[in-house]
Design a protein around this ligand. Structure first.
Ligand code: TRP
Length: 362
C-alpha cells in the first residue's frame, strides 16, 4: 500500500513559532525522509470559513501568507503538493455523503469541537457548518487516501472521527476508503508551545505569538517582555522554572551548542536552571540567551520568505498547479466512493442495462 500524507492549516493568520515546533519542522523532515509516496498540504480555507464566514477577506488574505510560510520553512513544492481546499469541490461532495454516517450526538461529543464552541461563543446556537467540520476534515483526509496525518494533539479527535467514518463506510459499502493514522510530534514539549504571556497556547486571537515573519526587532521585543516568574523580583531572589515561559521555550529550543555559542558560562540548561533556582541570575540573561537562539532560528526563515515573496506570481502558480493535481486525486476517490454507493448512473452503460432488463422483461 502507498504511504500518503495529508495535513493542513486554516488560513486565519500567519504561521508562528507554535506551528513551527508543533508541525512545520516535522513536515520538512517527513518530506525529506523519502518514506512517503505522496505528500499533500492543504490550506484549509473552507474550514476556516466555518467560524469566519462573516469575514471572508481575513481568510482570503491569509491564503498566500500561509503558502509563503510553508515555502519559507523549507516545504518543497517539488516534493509536496500544496493546495487550496475550497478549489477542490470533490471534498464538499464527499462530506455530503459522509454526513449520513455520523450522528449529531457524536459530533457534539467531539472534545475539540466542544472547546471551540465555547471559545467562539457558539454555545447558544452552533452553525451547522461549524459542527460539521470534523466530517469535512474526514473528507480531506480520505480523499487523498492518506495513511498518515501529522497533526497536533488537539486534532486527535478529528482523526478519530475520520477513522470511524472509514470504518462505517467500508462496512456498509465495501472496502473503499483508506484507514488513516494520526502522527503527533514526538517531543511532548513541542506539542503545545505556550504564548509569550504564559497562556496555555500560542494563539493569534490572544496576541501572544512570535510569527515566522516577525522582524528581528519585533522578536526581541516579544522575548524581552515574556512572562517569567512574578516572584523573582530582585536578581538575588530564588526563581521558579515551572510556568516560566522563558525556560519552557529554552526546554524546546536550547541545545548544548547554543550554550557554547551564546552563553559559555554554562554547559547546559540544567546548570542554568540550577542557578536561576538558587537566585543570583537575572531574567535579562535568560531572555537574551533565548533571543539569540530564536534570532538564529528565524532569520533564515524570514530571509527565505522575503526572497520567495519577491516572485509572488511563482507562489500563485505553485498553489494553482498543486490544487489542480490535488483535484485529480480527489476526483479518483470520489469516483470510487460513488461506485461503492451505487450512485454512478452515467459512468458506464450498466445502469441503462439494468433498467432495460427490468422494463423489457414482461
Ligand atoms: N483542523 C486543522 C487545524 O485547525 C486544519 C485541517 C483541515 C486539517 N483539514 C485537515 C489538518 C486535514 C489535518 C488533516 O489546524
Amino acid at each position: 500500500m502507498q504511504k500518503i500524507i495529508l495535513t493542513g492549516d486554516r488560513p486565519t493568520g500567519r504561521l508562528h513559532l507554535g506551528h513551527y515546533v508543533g508541525s512545520l519542522k516535522a513536515r520538512v523532515e517527513l518530506q525529506d525522509s523519502k518514506e512517503f509516496d505522496e505528500i499533500y498540504i492543504m490550506i484549509a480555507d473552507a474550514q476556516a470559513l466555518t467560524d469566519n464566514f462573516a469575514n471572508p477577506s481575513k481568510v482570503r488574505d491569509n491564503v498566500m501568507e500561509v503558502a509563503l510560510d510553508y515555502l519559507a520553512v523549507g516545504i518543497d513544492p517539488q516534493k509536496v503538493t500544496i493546495f487550496v481546499q475550497s478549489e477542490v469541490s470533490e471534498l464538499t461532495e464527499l462530506t455530503y455523503y459522509y454526513m449520513n454516517l455520523v450522528t449529531l450526538s457524536r459530533l457534539m461529543r467531539n472534545p475539540t469541537v466542544k472547546s471551540e464552541v465555547t471559545l467562539r461563543g457558539f454555545e447558544k446556537s452552533i452553525p451547522v457548518g461549524f459542527l460539521n467540520y470534523p466530517i469535512s476534515q474526514s473528507a480531506d483526509i480520505t480523499a487523498f487516501d492518506a495513511t498518515c496525518v501529522p497533526v497536533g494533539v488537539d486534532q486527535l479527535p478529528m482523526i478519530e472521527q475520520a477513522r470511524e467514518i472509514v470504518h462505517s463506510f467500508n462496512n456498509i459499502y465495501g472496502d473503499t476508503l483508506v484507514m488513516p493514522e494520526a502522527k503527533v510530534p514526538e517531543n511532548a514539549l513541542a506539542q503545545r508551545l505556550p504564548g509569550t504571556d504564559g497562556k496555555a497556547k500560542m494563539s493569534k486571537s490572544l496576541g501572544n505569538c512570535i510569527y515566522l515573519a516577525d522582524d528581528a526587532e519585533t522578536i526581541k521585543k516579544k522575548v524581552m517582555s515574556m512572562y517569567t516568574d512574578p516572584l523573582h523580583i530582585k536578581v538575588s531572589d530564588p526563581g521558579h522554572i515551572e510556568g516560566n515561559v522563558v525556560f519552557t521555550y529554552l526546554d524546546v529550543f536550547a541545545t548544548d551548542a547554543d550554550f557554547k555559542k551564546f552563553l559559555p558560562e554554562y554547559n547546559n540548561l540544567k546548570e542554568l536552571k540550577d542557578h536561576y533556582r538558587r537566585g543570583g541570575l537575572g531574567d535579562i540573561v535568560i531572555k537574551r540567551f533565548l533571543n539569540d537562539i530564536l534570532q538564529e532560528l528565524l532569520q533564515p526563515i524570514r530571509e527565505r520568505r522575503e526572497a520567495i515573496a519577491a516572485d509572488i506570481t511563482r507562489v500563485y502558480q505553485i498553489l494553482e498547479s498543486g490544487t489542480s493535481k490535488a483535484r485529480g486525486k480527489a476526483q479518483a476517490t470520489l469516483k470510487r466512493v460513488k461506485e461503492a454507493m451505487k450512485i454512478n448512473y452515467f459512468e458506464s452503460d450498466e445502469f441503462l442495462k439494468e433498467v432495460i432488463a427490468k422494463y423489457q422483461e414482461k
